[in-house]
Every structure is written in structure tokens, then in C-alpha cells.
Design a protein around this ligand. Structure first.
Ligand SMILES: C[S@@+](CC[C@H](N)C(=O)[O-])C[C@H]1O[C@@H](n2cnc3c(N)ncnc32)[C@H](O)[C@@H]1O
Length: 365
């Protein structure tokens, strides 16, 4: 259930006094810290992003040349392997979605003050794995920054560019199946935004551990689907709450429990897999340009722009296919949530977590 208070963490939900622009690195298990409240502005306008069209996403998508690999629903294109075979991944796989993923990459880069990761990487780790690489934008950025690394980006769908750097390659595979990579091999494993698709986090993190080299770093980068709010501006029946409740209900039907997501959830899975020195970095990303402080206002504006197609991208297939909602009702819920966000009256935000761990030097898989 979405709430007006932060979701549970490993420690008290105390807020710190001053407003950190970035995350709070937290080395100890019980001490995960949460950034303090974001101050609201009188106006939710942001100069570069102040229009609010009624249409949330274009329903006319260009046809792909690999038409047989795709299925079409709700005016969107989905990859057959991910959306049709066993509900493995229910977001679209069309140009609108790939643009949104690249915009979200920018959102996360800004959130992390320009950094691609929080892991204490020194030099170029020789073998790097990017799980669920999407458009491959993170893998390419990493490969460019670390020319001495060999980066493999893996995804269910081949949505990556055919052009790539010599040290970056893309593979198509299902990471919920038995990994075919070498064991004890990768020096850094990165996984961003797989929360709504991974069913078995225990197995997923265990495979990460088995295929990580001794001393390797691992990093999960995840976000909360539900909205949080630090003041009383978000009512219990907010459209944001209705949207995220319906999403959580739908995903539970395929064994994805987004209501459980918290720093503790991800920390415990990494620990159970065998990783040590876990650090959690917690961020708040405003949904909309309601904050006063420039950085948060900008972040909120980018988040809002990504949400223009994001609510529908996340929800249309789960809500129609798994909850049995009509396409019209599901779309209305998404449009309502987006319009509500653009109004800027509810000071809501999503959590973003970076969870970093290390495989002990002495332990093989
Ligand atoms: C929300 S996108 C994130 C993309 C990328 N990591 C980023 O942050 O830009 C999730 C990606 O994970 C991929 N994915 C989901 N489940 C997967 C699985 N079981 N195996 C491989 N890729 C998967 C999807 O196809 C999609 O491209």
C-alpha cells in the first residue's frame, strides 16, 4: 500500500537536519539514513518543462522491421520474448520506451551527481556485467569511462545499438535462467531497474555471487514504484496511490512483490548470497517540479517528463492483462496519475536506492 510516510528501512526513518543534495552513504546495517524533507516551492512550474498536454503517450508507434519479434497491445509494441511468453517483462519495447529509458538514465545520472555508480571502483575492472542493459546506455557510458574494461550488457530484448565501443558487447539472454557465463569471472556486476521483472531475487543475487570474481563489486540500482510524501499534501486516495496500488496488485499476480522493496530487502538478498561490506545509498527523486531547491526542481521536472509515457509504459499490460481492467480504465488511471503529478500540489517523490556489496577475496563460488 502506498503511504504518505517513507517505506520501512533498516533503521529509524529519522531525517537529518540539513538538506543533502545527494545520498547518504551508510556502511552499517541498522543505520540506513534517509535524506531530509525536500522543501516545496509555491509554484510547480519549471521553465523548460512547463507544458502539460492531455495526451500522455503517443499511441501511434512506428512499425519495427523485426515485426515478428514483437506483439502489439494498447497501442504499444512489446518484445514477444519478454511480454508474450511468460510475462517476464511487461514494459514496451518501442521507440517511445527506449527514449524514456535514456531519459531515465539522465535522471539517475543527475541524482547521483553525474556518477554512473556508487561502488568504490578503482581503475578499470577487467570484466563487467550490466544486467538488463536496456538500450545499453549505461554499459556504453561505463565502457567509455573505463576503456580497459570489457563490458557485457545482457537483456531479454535486443534493443541495443549495433554500433558499440570495442570493449562493450551486447548479448540476449534471460537472467532468471541458469547463467552461462564463467563462474568467479566478473569484477563488477551492475543491475539497474529490474525490480518489476525479477521474480526470484534469492536466485538472481546468488547467481551474481557465483559469477563474481573474488573481491568483485556488485551494485543494485532500484526505485520505489509507490509515491512517498513528507507532509500532508498527498491524500490517501491520491491518484498516485491508486496507480501504485493497482500496479503492486497486478505484479503480485506474477510473483513480483514491489511492496516489499526497501533498502533492507535488497541488502538482505546481497548478504544472503554471500556479499559483504554492503552499503546503501538512499535518494529521493521528486515526482514533478514542486520542490523549491533548483536541483530537486530539475530532477522533478525530468521525472515528470519521463512519467509522461512512464505511467502507461509500466501499467497498461499489467493492469489489463493481470487485473482484467479495460484498456480505457487503465489508461484513465495512468492519465489521472500523470495529470495529478503535473499539478504539483502533492509533494510526492519516489525512493531511489543504490546498494553496493563485495564478494570476499577468500571465497570461491
Ligand atoms: C527498466 S529497464 C532498465 C534498463 C537499463 N538497466 C537502464 O537502467 O537503463 C529493464 C530492462 O531489463 C530487461 N530485463 C527484464 N527482465 C530480464 C531478464 N530476466 N533477463 C534479462 N533482461 C531482463 C528488460 O528487457 C529491460 O530492458
Amino acid at each position: 500500500m502506498a503511504s504518505a510516510t517513507p517505506p520501512p528501512t533498516t533503521g529509524p526513518t529519522a531525517t537529518s537536519g540539513s538538506q543533502p543534495a545527494t545520498a547518504s552513504p551508510v556502511p552499517e546495517a541498522p543505520k540506513d539514513d534517509i535524506p531530509s524533507s525536500i522543501e516545496a516551492d509555491d509554484s510547480a512550474d519549471f521553465s523548460d518543462y512547463n507544458d502539460s498536454h492531455r495526451s500522455v503517450a503517443s499511441s501511434t508507434q512506428s512499425l519495427s522491421s523485426s515485426i515478428r519479434d514483437h506483439v502489439y497491445a494498447n497501442g504499444r509494441q512489446y518484445h514477444r520474448k519478454s511480454a508474450d511468453e511468460d510475462n517476464q517483462y511487461l514494459l514496451p519495447s518501442d521507440e517511445t520506451e527506449l527514449d524514456r529509458l535514456d531519459m531515465v538514465h539522465h535522471l539517475y545520472l543527475t541524482t547521483l551527481d553525474g556518477e554512473l555508480y556508487k561502488a568504490p571502483i578503482v581503475g578499470d575492472p577487467p570484466n563487467v556485467l550490466d544486467c538488463g542493459t536496456g538500450t545499453g546506455i549505461w554499459a556504453l557510458d561505463f565502457g567509455s569511462l573505463h576503456p580497459g574494461s570489457h563490458v557485457i550488457g545482457v537483456d531479454l530484448a535486443p534493443n541495443q545499438p549495433t554500433w558499440t565501443y570495442p570493449n562493450v558487447e551486447f548479448q540476449t539472454d534471460d537472467l532468471e535462467k541458469e547463467w552461462t557465463f564463467k563462474k568467479n569471472h566478473f569484477n563488477y556486476i551492475h543491475s539497474r531497474g529490474l525490480g518489476t521483472s525479477i521474480r526470484d531475487w534469492e536466485r538472481y543475487t546468488k547467481q551474481m555471487f557465483e559469477h563474481a570474481a573474488p573481491g568483485a563489486l556488485v551494485e543494485l540500482s532500484e526505485y520505489s514504484l509507490e509515491s512517498s510524501c513528507d507532509d500532508d499534501s498527498m491524500p490517501e486516495d491520491s491518484m498516485s496511490v491508486q496507480w501504485s496500488d493497482a500496479m503492486a496488485d497486478a505484479l503480485e499476480k506474477i510473483g513480483v512483490y514491489v511492496r516489499r522493496f526497501s533498502p533492507l530487502f535488497f541488502r538482505e538478498h546481497l548478504e544472503a548470497a554471500g556479499f559483504v561490506d554492503i552499503k546503501v545509498f538512499i535518494y529521493k527523486i521528486p515526482r514533478g517540479s514542486w520542490p523549491k531547491q533548483r536541483k530537486f526542481k530539475y530532477l522533478g521536472a525530468v521525472c515528470a517528463e519521463a512519467s509522461r509515457s512512464g505511467f502507461e509504459a509500466h501499467a497498461m499490460l499489467p493492469m489489463t492483462r493481470l487485473l482484467g481492467m479495460s484498456e480505457e480504465d487503465a489508461r484513465q488511471l495512468c492519465i489521472g496519475a500523470f495529470e495529478n503529478l503535473m499539478l504539483g500540489k502533492e509533494h510526492c517523490y519516489q525512493y531511489h536506492w543504490q546498494i553496493v556489496g563485495r564478494k570476499p577475496e577468500s571465497q570461491g563460488a
